[in-house]
Design a binder for this molecule. Sequence first.
Ligand code: ADE
Length: 241
Amino acid sequence: MNQSVIIDVLTIFPEFFDAVFDFGIIRRAKLAGIVEINVHDIREYAMDKHRMVDDRPFGGGDGMVLKPEPIFAAIENLVGMSDRDAYPQGTRVVLLSPQGKPFQQADAVGFSEEANHIVLICGRYEGVDERVNDALVTDEISIGDYVLSGGEPAAIVVVDSIVRLLPEALGSETSAVNDSFSNGLLDCPHYTRPAEFRGMKVPEVLLNGNHAQIEKWRFKKALEKTEAVRPDLITNENGER
Ligand code: ADE
C-alpha cells in the first residue's frame, strides 16, 4: 500500500533528532523518496503567550504532565482532524510511553506494510494528558520494560525498525528475510575474512561451500543461541513453551 511513507515526530526536544535520521539506511531511504521524516516542536503549537507545553498534575503528585491543547493542535494540523476513528486509512498516531504495548518485530512489519502516515508523539516528564490517548492515539508503544526520560530514544528505535523494512530501503544487496525474529529465532553468528584471526578460526562448515550444510549449521546455531538467551521465544507446534 505504501508508495512512500510520511513520518512526523512531535517532541519538545527537536534538536534531539539532529543528524540521527541522516545516516545509513534511513538517509538512503529519504534520498530515494521512500520516506519523508519531519520533526516538529510541540511548543510551536502552544497558543498561550508563555508557550506552555506542560503543567502540574490534577490530584497532586510529582512532575509535570504534557498538556493536551498543543498536541491536539499539532495532530489537527498534520492529520487534518482530532478523532482517531476518522483518520484517513493508513494513518497511525503513536504515543511512546512505558505504559504502551511492547514493540515487536511483527509490529514493525505491520507498520511498514500498512501505514503511509505515522505520527510519533514523544511523551515526557510524568506523562501525557490521558485525553491525548483517548482521542488521538491509535497505538501506545513501549520499547521495553525500563523507563526512559522521554519518548525520543524510543521514537528513533521505532522509526529505524520500520524504515529498514520498507520495500527498496535495504537495497538489493541485502534483505530483512534473515533478520533475528523474522523466523521467530535470534540470528545465527556471522563471520568474514580473515578465516583465522589471532588464533580464532571461522567454523570449517562456512568455508566449504556446501549450502545445504551451511543452512543446517545456521539454523542449529540460531536455535542454540535462542535457547540460551531467549528461551521465551521458543514454542512447540501448540504454541506452548
Ligand atoms: N518513554 C519512557 N520510557 C519509554 C519506553 N520504555 N518505551 C517507550 N517510550 C518511553
